[in-house]
Design a protein around this ligand. Structure first.
Ligand code: SF4
Ligand code: MG
Length: 332
């Protein structure tokens, strides 16, 4: 299928002054196909939200490109930008913080339509609001109520209705379920999947762990400290993870089946997440990697294919690296 979004060697660094540079996103490349859900996963602070915001054009890039429908999103003229913001919408982690508490639900959902001069006739616009409320599993009576009158799950539905108001093609969902109760998470995921099917939406679905993304994502990219470390379809990622960081993330998810639990090798992460202001040399994961070898401190791992549509950045899979003895197991 067709590539709709291309992220190419994207860098987003924040200059903190005094020569300090926060490398939030460093050389990240991936494509998103039309109609798929691309999951982007990593611990908080790994740069995944920064990527979302840079794709949206809310941040300028430091280097590299983001193209949507073949156009560089950071080079759009005003008219193209306006159109781009109709096609691409965002859903946020905390629906409460992103909904104006003094506006009614009807006003919140109408706002993007007013900005974009869609449905200038108020009656038609309200009909559209009612329709959107029903599409997300709420009802028209909710239009006159305020965000605080709703539960977390309902508020996320309001956020989804607002994101749909302009009939977008692409939605960046930035941890849309992380703040919700587990029982409500599945409902919101089901809603997003149903809407995707009905409207042919493409999703970039950002999450901080791998427990919920498997079911919604077609492909998943795993990030660590500003870098993409592994990318493949979701089944391969869960069944055959290659990068030691992915293996660690997966072993943190409890498995209900005790037989599987027994046979599974646990990868426990050591130490703390390093600062993106002063990331480790070579492989950024090396300070926590149980497999780290000498080359990991000196050489940045290359992004390579290990299988069809399975990519990883790790020296373990690089035949040019001869000595793969883990430092930990070397005689002192
Ligand atoms: Fe671990 Fe080295 Fe692979 Fe990095 S390159 S993940 S430190 S083995
Ligand atoms: Mg899907």
């Amino acid at each position: 299928s067709k590539v709709i979004l291309q992220v190419n060697e994207l860098k987003k660094h924040f200059n903190l002054g005094k020569g300090r540079n926060l490398k939030a996103v460093d050389d990240v490349s991936f494509d998103v196909y039309q109609g798929e859900t691309f999951g982007l996963v990593g611990e908080s602070g790994c740069g995944k939200s920064t990527i979302g915001r840079t794709i949206m054009g809310l941040y300028n890039r430091t280097d590299g490109q983001v193209s949507y429908g073949g156009k560089d999103v950071h080079e759009l003229d005003e008219q193209e930008k306006f159109k781009f913001y109709r096609n691409m919408q965002m859903i946020f982690q905390d629906p409460y913080a992103s909904l104006n508490p003094r506006s009614t639900v009807g006003e919140i959902i109408s706002e993007p339509m007013i900005v974009h001069d869609l449905y200038p006739d108020k009656k038609k616009r309200m009909e559209r609001v009612y329709q959107l409320l029903e599409e997300v599993g709420l009802n028209r009576d909710h239009a006159t109520r305020y965000p605080h009158e709703f539960s977390g799950g309902q508020r996320q539905r309001i956020g989804v209705a607002r994101a749909l108001a302009l009939d977008p093609d692409f939605i960046i969902a930035d941890e849309p379920i992380s703040a919700l109760d587990v029982s409500v998470q599945a409902q919101v995921v089901n809603l997003l999947e149903r809407l995707q099917e009905e409207k042919g939406l493409t999703y970039l679905f950002i999450a901080h762990d791998l427990s919920m993304v498997r079911h919604i994502s077609d492909r998943i990219g795993v990030m660590y400290l500003g870098h993409l470390v592994e990318l493949t379809d979701s089944d391969s990622l869960y069944e055959n993870p290659k990068h030691p960081y992915t293996q660690a993330l997966l072993s943190a998810i409890p498995i209900p089946d005790p037989d599987v639990e027994e046979s599974r090798e646990r990868v426990i992460l050591e130490g703390e997440l390093p600062s993106p202001i002063d990331p480790p040399s070579g492989c950024v994961f090396r300070t926590r990697c149980p497999m780290a070898m000498e080359a990991c401190a000196t050489t940045k791992p290359v992004w390579q294919a290990v299988d069809d549509n399975h990519f990883v950045a790790c020296h373990l899979y690089n035949d040019d690296i001869k000595d793969k003895t883990p430092i930990k197991h070397k005689p002192k």
